[in-house]
Design a protein around this ligand. Structure first.
Ligand SMILES: Cc1cc2nc3c(=O)[nH]c(=O)nc-3n(C[C@H](O)[C@H](O)[C@H](O)COP(=O)(O)OP(=O)(O)OC[C@H]3O[C@@H](n4cnc5c(N)ncnc54)[C@H](O)[C@@H]3O)c2cc1C
Length: 277
């Protein structure tokens, strides 16, 4: 059985970047295919649930102005929204929303599924196909061939990814997703130089273990800001945000457990991105 299909654009990966790329392609009328490892993890937020904030909110506004979906989607899905740094001058003000992670994914998936000219399939792209040094399609691990004029690669942190927890290390993608094991070799074969970064994630804590009377509640904005020029959210905070600080006890706990730190015991040696927010 020969499985062969034709598209104008194939987008690899339905993370934040891939969702925007696929929508942009389809919205300008091109037949677009989005291939992603797990349909239930479209727009997954594996780490920090925030959209916007210092160094990023201007990007969200730009995506919005260009007809993208991130800003509209967070307006439909936030738990808390705030202008940060208001004690300082306007140059450093930024709007940050905290997402309901599941709702954010669900809302983005609905938008994608309803988009005309956009097909979405679950699969792992294993190969970029070239002819005469030109990209002409992609192949998935099942052998299906998707011919196209352009490929947009937005594979995020999944390529040959592994998870590190203290001294342990195992193959896997963000949030226990699968790792994409084959595409890197194909990229190298066509002459693309690869490098590797490490990322990190904050600890998740059990809400019941926190004494909220001892930490500082961040007051909500009387006039809730918006990250989108087109969609205004529900305009209220559903969850409060709190701030706490490290103290001598925290530092002592860290000192007592340094032998469990993957950085200290060199279980991680890859470099981090310069500005992981
Ligand atoms: C633990 C952790 C902590 C992080 N912390 C932060 C943070 O605090 N702040 C921050 O801004 N960023 C953080 N990041 C980075 C975060 O992943 C990115 O900000 C964001 O998710 C990148 O979006 P993206 O669209 O580029 O890729 P991703 O969201 O990673 O999406 C990639 C998509 O590609 C798909 N894919 C990959 N390979 C293939 C393939 N071969 N075939 C088909 N589909 C494929 C995946 O299924 C996925 O849908 C963190 C990442 C991790 C893993």
């Amino acid at each position: 059985m020969k499985l062969e299909y034709n598209y104008d654009i194939v987008v690899i990966g339905a993370g934040h970047a891939g969702c925007e790329a696929a929508l942009a392609g389809a919205r300008i009328g091109l037949n677009t295919l989005l291939i992603t490892l797990n349909m239930d993890c479209i727009a997954l937020m594996p780490c920090n649930p925030s959209i916007g904030g210092p160094g990023k909110s201007h990007l969200v506004y730009e995506i919005d102005a260009l007809g993208g979906e991130m800003a509209r989607n967070i307006e439909r899905s936030y738990l808390n929204i705030k202008t940060l740094n208001t004690s300082k001058g306007p140059a450093v003000h930024s709007v940050r929303a905290q997402a309901d992670k599941k709702l954010y994914q669900q809302n983005m998936k609905n938008v994608l599924l309803k988009q005309e000219k956009l097909d979405i399939i679950q699969g792992e792209v294993s190969e970029i196909i070239t002819e005469n040094k030109k990209v002409v399609g992609v192949k998935t691990i099942t052998g299906a061939l998707y011919r196209c004029k352009k490929v947009v690669l937005t594979s995020g942190t999944y390529l040959k990814s592994y998870i590190v927890v203290g001294p342990a290390r195992y193959i896997g993608g963000p949030h226990n997703q699968m790792s994409a094991m084959y595409l890197s070799d194909s990229l190298e074969k066509i002459g693309i130089e690869l490098d590797r970064f490490q990322t990190a994630t904050p600890p998740r804590i059990k809400r019941e273990s926190v004494d909220f009377s001892k930490i500082k509640k961040i007051p909500y904005d009387e006039e809730p800001p918006s990250l989108s020029f087109f969609v205004k959210g529900h305009g209220r905070d559903i969850l409060d945000c709190f701030i706490t600080r490290t103290n001598e006890n925290t530092i002592n706990t860290i000192r007592d457990n340094l032998d469990s730190s993957p950085l200290v015991i060199k279980n991680i040696t890859d470099k981090g991105p310069r500005y992981c927010p």
